[in-house]
Design a protein around this ligand. Structure first.
Ligand code: FES
Length: 56
């Protein structure tokens, strides 16, 4: 499922970013560009990030 439509970023992409050291939405933005266009995805991305950080 897409989390960030503007940059076509999925939950799997977020999991990969977490595996590469992303632990915040700001870091996700650095690694994937998530949230850097309209910004509508950041709240949901934060929830997905929390789940991914717990799993890893
Ligand atoms: Fe993520 Fe627009 S949906 S920046």
């Amino acid at each position: 499922m897409y989390v960030c439509i503007c940059h076509s970023i999925t939950e799997k992409d977020i999991q990969k970013a977490v595996n590469n050291g992303a632990s915040s939405v700001m870091k996700l933005a650095e690694l994937t560009m998530l949230g850097t266009q309209c910004g509508n995805c950041t709240k949901y991305a934060d929830q997905v990030l929390s789940r991914c950080v717990c799993k890893s």
